[in-house]
Ligand binder design. Sequence first.
Ligand SMILES: O=C(O)CCC(=O)C(=O)O
Length: 284
Amino acid sequence: VSGEASERAATLRSYRELGYAVVRGLFSVEAIDAVLREVDGLFTGQLRRLGQAVPDGAGDGEAALRARMEALLALDVPTYLATARHAAKLMSLQALAVSAPVVALLGELGLRTPSLPTTPVVHIMGDTLRIPGGYYGLAAHQDWPSIQGALGSVVVWTPLTDVDARRFPVELIPRSHLRGLWPGVITRDALEIQDGLRDADFVRAPARPGDALIFSVFTVHRTALQGCSGMRIAASARYESSEEPTFIARGFPCAYKRTVERQLPSDGFPAPADVTALFRAPAR
Ligand SMILES: O=C(O)CCC(=O)C(=O)O
């Protein structure tokens, strides 16, 4: 058995027994960097649109991106949030989510006719990127309640920047998936598990760009905060097996709902000229 094959076997065993595993080098670092550059472009574009200088963070790409995110957050919280949400819609990110290495891994995990209950989610954590009165990491939860699809659904969580043990990694409770659904309290972000938890039960899962943390939708996990500082960006996607018997028997339920804003902008946008101009020049 080659080293690679035995490492893969250990990964799959860890997933089954502990409820999670870190798959090293699932993606190429170049592919992750390309996504991060596009994310940077979104924040830079909004700063320019708002007439602001674009800070370079006097450092590498990550420091520059962080400086730009801080600048936009300081300037305009709703635009910062919209930009962060838009990052999850990038095709480069969605292409990774359905790329051949992911499909192969899901097959090895036993998912058949896999489906995505929703688009990927981008998770930004930073001590200088705290949303006033809003999100600052997720408390202990399982992911199954927020999809309610196939029981064997898998979360693939991928760092876009380095996520060491002190840079807000995900921390998980090994073997917590084997208890099935844990009782919790419905909050804005999750079915939060509040009882029976001890900090010592959680294990941190540091990961580098290119790696993927995979965990069961029944594995209890949260954002590590204690002793953490700096900034990190990660993306996660959820996958379900369309052939899981209870999923079929329950008629493919999905807790995610898509809503559409039917109200149009009140300023008459777009005027005919806005539309016709597009067809005279190359598409932007
Ligand atoms: O990235 C994080 O800090 C939390 C991720 C998480 O809890 C999830 O994807 O369910």
